[in-house]
Design a protein around this ligand. Structure first.
Ligand code: UDP
Length: 239
């Protein structure tokens, strides 16, 4: 018999970078299909899943600001990029027969539903995967902050932060091979040590709402489901 899931409702944060695979830009459909498969596996365990997608594979607001443009407009472009990614992930999930709803923080009713907490809870209770697009809907924020915000709003028991590596290290393990890996760490330690896990606002919001952050490799097929039963490699951030 397979072990019982530890969670009833979780929020997955998938960065835009995760969706572009080996490409330098955009969406690699095969990679998005694989991530959708991992989400489907977790849904099949009876766990309710919300997903916040990033947009960095398409656009980041700072790119405009760094060339002398208006940051707010750049951030609007970044938020629109997250909608493109959300639609791509929804398409992959629906191909697998997973009932999926995209809720956007920026209203675009011809394309997807607008975000409200009530709508999100309704769809989750119906067993649908809910993809939160448009970040927080505000410039100067990131989709990491959107992940912490939506996790709090949906009453998620954990934020699953899918990254390029299998947890939190004292330094980037790709650049510093002798960096140490943390198994467990507190929100305060992450903030005090300035560890690059999620941005400060996101970690602070998760801390205030006592939401654990589980950092794992989004590239490891099946890792999401393993973590749901307390297996697999990950760093757990909790107080
Ligand atoms: N963004 C924003 N407000 C938000 C979330 C995102 O303005 O609440 C913009 C911002 O320009 C950001 C871009 O959208 O650079 C893409 O989001 P993010 O960088 O968080 O994506 P990721 O790094 O996860 O791919």
């Amino acid at each position: 018999m397979s072990p019982a899931p530890l969670f009833k409702r979780v929020l997955l944060k998938a960065s835009g970078e995760a969706l572009m695979g080996e490409q330098g830009f955009g969406i690699d459909v095969a990679v998005v299909d694989r991530i959708a498969g991992d989400i489907a596996e977790v849904r099949a365990m009876g766990i309710e899943v919300g997903v916040v997608v990033g947009g960095g594979n398409i656009f980041r607001g700072v790119a405009v600001a760094s060339k002398g443009g208006d940051r707010v407009t750049g951030d609007h472009m970044g938020m629109l990029a997250t909608v493109i990614n959300a639609l791509a992930l929804a398409t992959s999930l629906r191909k697998l027969g997973i009932d999926t709803e995209v809720l956007s923080a920026i209203s675009m009713p011809e394309i997807c539903q607008s975000f409200s907490q009530r709508a999100a809870l309704h769809h989750l209770e119906k067993g649908r995967v809910v993809i939160f697009a448009g970040g927080t809907g505000n410039p100067f924020f990131t989709t990491d902050s959107a992940a912490a915000l939506r996790a709090a709003e949906m009453g998620a028991e954990a934020i699953l932060k899918g990254t390029q590596v299998d947890g939190i290290y004292s330094a980037d393990p790709k650049k510093f091979p002798d960096a140490t890996r943390f198994e467990n760490i507190t929100h305060d330690e992450v903030l005090n040590k300035g560890l690059a896990v999620m941005d400060v606002a996101a970690v602070a919001l998760a801390r205030e709402n006592s939401i654990p952050i589980v950092v794992f490799s989004i590239h490891e097929k099946g890792a999401f489901a393993k973590i749901m039963v307390g297996e697999g490699r990950a760093t757990i951030v909790r107080d």
